[in-house]
Design a protein around this ligand. Structure first.
Ligand code: HEM
Length: 220
């Protein structure tokens, strides 16, 4: 019983952290899409500058990293618990039948995490500790984060790695949103198809939106 209770608690925490990470992805994508504007990277660089100088957002960044760590650690714990219970799993939960990708959350999650590390090394740590070229916007100096992104996406292998990563992100998200609603007890059977549909739309919009960036930068 204690195990069952703690497993439900874990799922609720996992769902809340997951929904928080989805909201981060939507903000991150909205800002990143600005790089596709034909304005010499001005809008993107101004938005990136706002994000790194706003104290509220900087504080929020720690909450974000906390959310990532919580989501990953509890995800691994739940998966181990699931593997250990494998012989009688079908008696406990039928959620593995909810969608194709639900069976591969740990696998898609590991791919996302591995390539997130590469992403942070290339962008986040460079922005924090590296030398970023500067650019003049309205007579003031700003860091040219945009050129960093564009130069990275001139390399075909890098673009392919990103597309691969983002497809896995899409697979992960396809199951994520409706699963989070289910864990939070918001899964009225009447709305289940809506939750599944919403999850798929979110997965396609978020992963597809991110994929547009390396691909369009590369071919432009
Ligand atoms: C084409 C896709 C993407 C581009 C161009 C991009 C670009 C960037 C850039 C430039 C930064 C550094 C921001 C700064 O500190 O000034 C950054 C940070 C970050 N990115 Fe991405 N990103 C992409 C996709 C993703 C995805 C799919 C995830 C999550 C799965 C992600 C997670 C993060 C995190 C956690 C940070 C550090 C926190 C932050 O700076 O807000 N990014 N990204």
């Amino acid at each position: 019983m204690a195990l069952k209770y703690s497993s439900i608690t874990k799922k609720v925490i996992m769902a809340l952290a997951g929904l928080f990470l989805i909201s981060f992805l939507i903000v991150h994508l909205s800002i990143n899409l600005l790089i596709l504007k034909n304005d010499n990277r001005e809008a993107f660089n101004l938005a990136a500058h706002f994000m790194v100088t706003n104290p509220l957002i900087q504080t929020f960044q720690w909450v974000l990293f906390g959310g990532f760590i919580l989501h990953i650690l509890i995800g691994i714990l739940l998966q181990i618990q699931n593997w250990l219970a494998r012989p009688k799993r079908y008696k406990v939960e039928g959620y593995s039948h909810t969608s194709f990708f639900s069976k591969f959350m740990i696998h898609t999650g590991i791919v996302i995490l591995a390539l997130l590390a590469l992403h942070l090394v290339n962008f986040f740590f460079k922005a924090k500790f590296g030398e970023i070229p500067s650019v003049m916007i309205n007579g003031e100096h700003y860091e040219d984060m945009g050129i960093l992104v564009i130069e990275k996406f001139r390399s075909l292998p890098f673009v392919l790695i990103y597309v691969f990563w983002l497809i896995f992100l899409g697979f992960h998200l396809d199951h994520a949103f409706h699963s989070a609603l289910q864990s939070l007890g918001l899964n009225h059977s009447k709305y289940t198809p809506v939750a599944f549909g919403l999850s798929r739309v979110l997965a396609i919009l978020i992963a597809g939106g991110f994929i547009l960036i390396p691909v369009l930068v590369y071919i432009s």
